[in-house]
Design a protein around this ligand. Structure first.
Ligand code: AMP
Ligand code: MN
Ligand code: MN
Ligand code: MN
Length: 276
């Protein structure tokens, strides 16, 4: 099976490599087709595509949209859409403006427990100031010596129930799928194994996603266990979803797996790229 990585992040969101460097790194790892899927923004696509062309690697425009469903943050991947589509761009812009407000509230909460200057500190780590992410707060707090690594900062301060976590109402499932389909693209549910839903809730999420026009499930993800792969493979077969795969690479030392380094899609599933 060809090595196709359809999920990664650049400095346009919370990744550590600039878009062109990321594309070159993917090619060096043997990736034959890459999709850049920055959070809520399309800024890195042109540079990544140009670099991919230079090394003769296939490239798919992508995005990872932050939404809320069932009270939790869920991510919807969009692929192969018209990057100039007005509704998609306006929707992503509205999510980005909400990010800045949330970041200010996060900084206020962190200040209450003794960590001053977190907004400015996190901003220093943000390659794209309109795309301030919890990952940038985590890098700042590691730099300040608060925790030894990014994961420990999340566990202690940045996840639901922890003092720096600020709930935020992103877009809805219906809006996100509508933006991707309206721009002529294909939508896939990102890393479904990561969401802390019960099995019945997960089935409802998949049914809602399907009803709104969602076409694929990210079966293989850097963050999925073999149990996740088996469960979502059954769900894709039962419910008629295509399958996508990706590393969710953010940077060296901060990622589950390297670009392109994951197992092939299980047999009998329709790969999403057949529809590109
Ligand atoms: P945000 O979109 O600002 O809420 O931040 C979410 C991002 O933080 C994800 O895309 C990951 O890059 C990162 N992230 C989320 N949870 C964790 C975790 N437990 N450990 C490390 N990074 C995480
Ligand atoms: Mn991220
Ligand atoms: Mn994600
Ligand atoms: Mn991601």
């Amino acid at each position: 099976m060809p090595i196709i990585d359809l999920h990664c992040h650049s400095t346009a969101s919370d990744g550590l490599f600039a878009p062109a460097d990321l594309a070159r790194l993917a090619a060096a790892n043997g990736v034959e087709r890459l999709a850049l899927t920055d959070h809520d923004c399309l800024d890195g696509l042109v540079a990544a595509r140009t670099a991919a062309n230079e090394v003769a690697m296939g490239f798919i425009d992508g995005v990872e949209i932050s939404i809320e469903w069932g009270g939790l943050q869920v991510h919807i991947l969009g692929y192969n859409f018209d990057t100039d589509d007005a509704a998609l761009n306006a929707g992503l812009a509205s999510i980005r403006s909400g990010r800045v407000v949330r970041a200010q509230r996060m900084a206020a909460e962190l200040e209450k427990i003794g960590f001053a200057g977190c907004f400015e500190g996190a901003m220093r780590f943000a390659g794209n100031p309109s795309l301030i992410s919890r990952a940038h707060f985590a890098r700042y707090l590691v730099e300040q010596g608060v925790c030894k690594d990014v994961r420990s900062v999340f566990d202690a301060y940045l996840v639901p129930g922890r003092p720096g976590y600020v709930a935020h109402c992103w877009a809805t499932l219906e809006e996100s799928v509508g933006w991707v389909l309206g721009a002529g693209g294909i939508a896939s549910i990102a890393h479904p194994g990561r969401y802390k839903f019960s099995r019945p809730q997960m089935r409802t999420l998949l049914d809602d996603f399907k009803q709104f026009g969602g076409q694929a499930i990210e079966i293989i993800s850097g963050s999925h266990s073999s149990e996740h792969v088996a469960f979502f493979t059954r769900q894709a077969r039962e419910k008629g979803f295509m399958a996508s795969c990706g590393s969710d690479f953010h940077g060296l030392g901060e990622s589950y797996v390297a670009l392109g380094r994951f197992e092939p899609l299980p047999k009998g599933l329709t790969p999403i790229w057949e529809a590109f």
